[in-house]
Design a protein around this ligand. Sequence first.
Ligand SMILES: C[S@@+](CC[C@H](N)C(=O)[O-])C[C@H]1O[C@@H](n2cnc3c(N)ncnc32)[C@H](O)[C@@H]1O
Length: 273
Amino acid sequence: MSVRYPSMKHHFARVAPRYRQMRDLDMSAVREIARIVRQLAGSGLRLVIVDVGSGTGRYLEAVLAACGLDSTRPCCAIRYDATREMLCDRPDSHARSGGTAMSVVGLAEFLPFATHTVDAALALNAIHHFQVTRFLAEVGRVLRPDGKLIIYTRTPEQNRRTVWGRLFPRFADKEDRLFTEEELATALDQTGAFGKVELLAISWSVETNLSRLIEQARCGAYSTFEFYSRREFQEAVETFAQSVLDHFADPSRIVVQNDHLLAVATKKRRPRP
Ligand SMILES: C[S@@+](CC[C@H](N)C(=O)[O-])C[C@H]1O[C@@H](n2cnc3c(N)ncnc32)[C@H](O)[C@@H]1O
């Protein structure tokens, strides 16, 4: 549960311009998150939704589009990220229909929002970058009673089963920041702010090809690659390319399976003092 953000600051600034193209979007998760957000929006009041560690905001845009919410509806959606360069990214025309309204630069551990003002806080592919105790305490403060914290992440086991975990040398071993289900549930419980916590496994597949996989590695689509020395990385890419050729019959059409964990925590009406 270490904090490595300072050493990742340059990484995220460097990858920001290509981040949207380099990462795959899990539409199963988008639909599930949209379902939860729609329920929160049901009251008809103005909905405040903050995506913490939003990166470019690609997931937030997709969720808003799937909900049928945009800036003309009573919704305030905020991309919130420590890396300014990520927030400079502009949505493509399709995503723009989802309409994110605001971008704020800041740390997950110090949320600049008033107490009990946020309906939904998202942390998607991001919680392992945060100082988790501090982040959860802050989310527990800013969420309104019955508001939702929605965490989307990979457990260490799920990471090990990805194409990277299986075929890219030492990828799963080097990635020691991810939380197990139990660690996440314990951290949420220890805040005293959350009641019900639902854990949902999401499976999704992506059609890709060898060139894209190599490009993703070389562009640093995953911050795990930062833990390799230059030479070690180069050798690992070569071994990975060979392993992909050995494992898949057609390198121009590779279908990979991914599993993620969606944790939905509901803010208590009366948090433990
Ligand atoms: C792996 S990216 C995920 C981005 C986005 N949620 C997505 O799935 O496309 C993690 C993001 O968290 C941000 N980040 C890392 N540490 C942070 C912190 N302590 N506070 C706020 N943002 C942080 C990074 O700048 C980066 O944009």
